[in-house]
Design a protein around this ligand. Structure first.
Ligand SMILES: [Zn+2]
Ligand SMILES: [Zn+2]
Ligand SMILES: [Zn+2]
Length: 762
């Protein structure tokens, strides 16, 4: 019995090697018909023996290329025809080219086998790839995606590669970066003295340097890494000193799962992320006594680990047999270096040697950072391997939107209907190089996706470079979105929701429309708007921005708020500094509000407590004090500090609930005076804050507020707090939404802005 079916497959099925896969599958099942990309997805017609057609359908779902994600398969029966052959048809619409920008993909198992096969013509070739793996987004200059429009245009395929490229039965059919040692990119090693090694030896030279304890720059997929021995304190200390990165944790790369397990406690979901084709850095609990330098991630419970994702990484890790630090090649907060001249110019003071190659990187793309919370991914930095895959928003808009994001951890976002194309990680938009990268990134993605921007949305902070850029664009409609509303909206959007929720945004800082700095907010919000229903009490920030860099200032502010001039005899930096610097001046600053903005920021409250507890008085990277307070907390400690809850009139006459830290400060101070450990103090603060957060949400719901709560903002990268707050809310019957596909930090802001602007532009 024969059967003829028309099958439409939807999901991520274009530009991922799906058509050649279908071709091979159909041929191996003796089916006639065709496969084509259409604007509906991939359309297939097959005809053949009924049992074979059924098996074809099964394997279509189970054996598809690793990058493909099938969301829907539609099947219709057709009358039989006489077609016996199977073919790949050209695309039937212009929509195809837009669908074809896929993220970069880690080296697949088939290529790895060849890489290690002495008889293969690509044995140990550092640029081996196929239809299922290799560079994509980072090498595409224009669309449609084919070789002349990628940075592979510089390499002409040899006859053997060309034959593979044109053979539909070959796994390198239309693999645009296809290459081999004869025709493709090659390595160079530039040593300390400027001498160059080419040919087969560059890798060996790099491995020798690593073994000798040198720091080397390694050009990879989306940029240049700085690599060195992660087990030697002296080496890691040297890297830190040269990179001007005192304590911020560094990511490491290890050769395989066995090595990961030796360093970290790994759950099945973490394992799945580690080995996924996206190959992010996964934050996992570090094992006691893990064989790694303490300087890699000082004061941390977690280690950021990734597996090799390019053939070059595989060779480097296997040949060296080392655990390597693999951190972004940049000087402090500059964007990651992604060109050979850039590496030799910007990184000479950091790296002792340079392992470079001649395949250019069109778009720089940092490693993604992710983690698992309650068995689900909770991404921290969404970049390589993820960008520029679109995220489906619950709202569509006829007009195309550019969302410019925030200032720190910037990403931007473009929309097409209800699709949000979230950019790769741009970084902190404080300096000129990062801003250039932001502008270039926007132009590049606009060009790739043919997006003619009509609406531009931005943060309310007038001094953010992203805001200034948004307001400088002509002929567009501008939509300003409050920072924390954008945080809440981003979480709603990624969950496909748009009804009102209690958005709990605990964050570092965001521009408040009332002239204060927001960051500990309870907003009744949907995508269209918000109402401030509650907040943390205001704290003064003596010295303005300096209070962010010097948590002892926040500690002093908190003590002053509670005790006035009569400070308790604590042995902490706040009390010491008050003696040394002359308290009256600072007190007067706070009293008259001179260079002393008010903030409801949860991040600053964490800073204050971290300093009081003796954990951190000065920081060397954003959020350090709050992070170390989380790390210090003894999770088994059941105690909790008390907070007050009062009612104050808001701007529009409505009442706002205010979380008062005063009782907490009294209990904290008496604990400290009694000599209580920082681990206990930190835990009690976390639990107390979680409890009052639950109570505040409940009060808001009791007054008619929504029964769903959203947890968002940078502070909710604190897994201990996230778990406690979610638990408090669930106990009270709330549905709790937490981020998964976009970061809770400012990397998610642009998606939220886009969703808000989509609603407001309808
Ligand atoms: Zn491959
Ligand atoms: Zn070749
Ligand atoms: Zn924020």
């Amino acid at each position: 019995m024969e059967q003829r079916l028309k099958i439409i497959v939807r999901g991520v099925v274009q530009g991922v090697g799906f058509r050649p896969f279908v071709y091979r599958l159909a041929r191996s099942h003796d089916l006639g018909g065709y496969v084509a990309n259409t604007d509906q997805g991939v359309t297939i017609e097959v005809q053949g023996e009924k049992a074979r057609v059924a098996e074809f359908l099964d394997r279509l779902r189970t054996d598809h290329p690793p990058l493909a994600e099938i969301t829907d398969v539609e099947i219709a029966e057709l009358p039989l025809n006489s077609r016996k052959a199977f073919s790949i048809e050209g695309s039937t619409s212009v929509g195809e080219e837009e669908a074809l920008v896929t993220p970069d993909v880690a080296t697949c198992d088939d290529c790895l086998r060849e890489l290690r096969d002495q008889d293969d013509r690509r044995y140990r070739y550092p640029f081996i790839n196929c239809t299922n793996c290799g560079p994509r987004f980072t090498i595409i200059a224009h669309l449609p995606y084919d070789r002349p429009r990628t940075t592979m245009r510089a390499f002409r395929m040899c006859p053997a590669c060309d034959a593979e490229y044109h053979d539909p039965a070959d796994r390198r059919f239309h693999a645009q970066p296809n290459a081999c040692p004869v025709c493709g990119p090659s390595l160079t090693y530039v040593a300390e003295d400027g001498s160059e090694v080419r040919g087969a030896d560059p890798l060996a030279a790099a491995v020798d340097a690593l073994r000798a304890g040198k720091v080397i720059a390694v050009k990879g997929l989306g940029g240049v890494h700085l690599a060195c021995d992660a087990r030697r304190d002296d080496v890691v200390a040297r890297l830190r000193a040269r990179k001007d990165r005192e304590e911020k944790p560094l990511a490491i790369m290890v050769s395989g799962m066995e090595e990961v397990e030796a360093l970290c406690e790994v759950c099945p979901e973490e394992r799945a992320l580690l080995v996924s084709p996206r190959r992010p850095i996964v934050l996992m609990r570090k094992r006691q006594g893990a064989e790694i330098s303490d300087l890699v991630a000082p004061h941390q419970k977690y280690l950021g680990v990734m597996l090799p994702y390019t053939p070059l990484h595989h060779l480097l890790l296997r040949d060296s047999g080392m655990v390597l630090i693999m951190t972004s090649g940049n000087r402090s907060e500059e964007p990651i270096v992604h060109t050979n001249p850039g590496a030799l110019d910007r990184l000479t003071s950091i790296a002792d040697g340079f392992l470079l190659h001649d395949r250019e990187i069109e778009t720089r793309c940092d490693d993604s950072v992710t983690r698992v919370w309650r068995g689900k991914e909770l991404i921290v930095r969404r970049s390589r391997g993820y960008a520029p895959l679109p995220i489906e928003m619950p709202v569509g808009c006829d007009r195309s939107i550019l969302a410019c994001g925030g200032e720190l951890k910037n990403t931007f976002c473009l929309t097409r209907g209800s699709e949000a194309i979230l950019s790769h990680h741009i970084g902190d938009l404080k300096e000129e190089p990062a801003f250039d990268s932001f502008v270039q990134g926007i132009e590049h993605l606009r060009r790739l996706f043919h997006i003619d921007v009509q609406v531009v949305t931005h943060d309310l902070h007038p001094d953010y470079l992203s805001t200034r850029y948004a307001l400088s664009l002509e002929g567009v409609r501008n939509v300003g979105v409050q920072h924390h509303h954008a945080h809440v909206a981003s979480c709603l959007a990624e969950h496909g929701r748009d009804e009102p929720v209690i958005g709990i945004s605990f964050d570092g800082a965001g521009y408040g429309p009332d002239g204060t700095i927001w960051g500990g907010e309870f907003l009744i919000a949907d995508l269209g708007g918000y109402e401030r229903a509650g907040r943390l009490a205001h704290l003064s920030m003596p010295g303005g921005d300096r209070a962010t860099e010097e948590p002892w200032r926040m500690a002093l502010s908190l003590l002053y708020r509670v005790f006035g001039e009569d400070l308790p005899p604590l042995r902490c930096a706040a009390v010491r500094e008050r003696e040394r610097r002359g308290w009256p001046v600072l007190a007067r600053m706070i009293d008259v509000g001179l260079r002393t903005p008010l903030t409801s920021s949860a991040g600053r409250l964490f800073d204050a407590v971290a300093s009081l507890a003796g954990v951190r008085d000065y920081i060397s990277y954003e959020g350090q004090a709050a992070i170390e307070l989380e790390m210090a907390a003894d999770e088994r400690e059941p105690g909790a500090y008390s907070f007050g809850l009062s009612v104050e009139p808001g701007e529009d006459g409505k009442e706002v609930l205010v979380v008062d830290p005063e009782p907490m400060v009294h209990e904290l101070v008496s604990d400290l005076l009694a000599g209580q450990e920082a681990s206990i103090v930190a835990a009690r603060f976390h639990r107390g804050l979680a409890q009052i957060t639950g109570q505040t949400a409940q009060r808001i719901r009791d007054r008619g507020g929504p029964g769903t709560a959203v947890l968002t903002g940078g502070v909710f990268q604190n897994m201990f707090l996230c778990e406690l707050v979610a638990g408090e809310l669930e106990e009270r019957g709330f549905e709790v939404l937490v981020h998964s596909r976009v970061p809770p930090n400012d990397g998610g802001i642009s998606l939220g802005q886009a969703a808000v602007a989509a609603v407001r532009s309808r």
